[in-house]
Design a protein around this ligand. Sequence first.
Ligand code: HEM
Length: 450
Amino acid sequence: MTATAPAPARSVPRAPGAVPLIGHTLKLWRDPLGFLTSLRRSGELVRVQLGTMPVYVATSARLVREVTVTQARYFEKGRLFDRVRPLVGNGLANSNGDTHRTHRRLMQPMFHQQRLGGYAAIMSNRAEALADSWTAGQEIALEEAISEYTIETLAETMFSADLGRPAVEAVRRNFPVILKNMLIRAASPRFLDRLPIRPNREFDAATARMREVIDDVIAGTRRSGRLDRPDLLSVLLSARDADTGEALTDVEVRDQIMTILFAGTETTASTLSWAFHELARHPEVERQLVAEIEEVVGDRPVTMEDVPRLAAIRRVLDEVIRLYGVTLLMRRATAEVDLGGFTIPAGAEVAFSLYALHRDPELYEEPDRFDPDRWLPERRAALGREDFVPFGAGNRKCIGDAFSWTEATIVLATVLRRWRLRPQPGQPSPKAAASAMAHPDRVPMTVLPR
Ligand code: HEM
């Protein structure tokens, strides 16, 4: 039997609705999540036009695995990552090849299981303080409270709180501005970046402010001479290349810190905010979780050892991350590559959306329904390992997956034991805004005692 030769890239089916010159850009601007989810209907590999540039979108689990694992050696990070370079430079999520390998090896120990135990104690203390800070009947902006929690926890776990109050404040104020504009930037022609329009001014000012704050932290830590502490900042500042003996430059250190702050705060905060939102809409699921927390944890603070025993919380988190996952990731082919029966040329941009993949009706029955029971072992067994990849796969898989899961579990267990969070009457339901994740725009809640 002879294998069919791959077809040329120009015959990849094109997504409907392209407009001359701007292609699908407006569609992506107006309703990114709806547009990305619709692409599966056009095929496993679909061509989208960003202006005049073609982007090949892998819409099936099989092809996403090819791009991230099986054929990962033919891909580097793509345009989306180029467009956040002003913010995170050549940090871990953006770098390629040897630089990526060396930096990943340097940072990996900060995320080892032994380290997580220490982080869990900090996460738990801070979660208790968050729950203590609320009073019965209080109205809160939940997404803001959770966002502050994740930033402060990351600062204390990864940077021994060296980041200081001004940095935490700067992250809290500037990241939302950056995130709001990020996807629009990725989808726009580059010349638009230079126009003095409001989104650009906001993005540039927020990025400059973040850089300034982190540079101050680095300079302060260097001046203090205390580089022997077991935190990420000290590890980065004292690292030496095994061959050359060279240290990382301050810009390289800043890029890594920005990357960790960027990748490690909104992601978990968004997941937690949606989790509380869904639990308020599904009190029967919430009751199950509370019963589990009472049995496993009781009245004491939540510990690392509790985390794997809180299986019902895990199912809720899996379901939330399935429904509200990472919006869009991109790669660039470094060589000609066969993908889904087509030959993609070197230099071509390839994209995939975990949000869309995890709502594929061929993989998930009633994909838009919140149903944590789909993660019960007997039902989960029906899924292939490539069908659920909220943290990506292969050599670029999330370095913070266990950190994030530990943190989210601890916050849910600590808060749910004390409080019932309910939507404020008359307020609209949160809407998913596409930034790095499908982030909830606002989650106004009333705090009620359990
Ligand atoms: C719900 C929480 C999170 C989700 C859904 C998530 C998702 C992801 C995904 C999908 C990737 C792969 C990107 C790609 O393939 O291009 C990634 C990479 C990364 N994540 Fe996460 N993440 C989360 C939390 C965190 C946390 C808490 C941290 C750090 C404390 C973190 C740090 C990173 C870094 C540094 C990378 C780049 C890794 C590399 O390229 O070697 N993430 N994340």
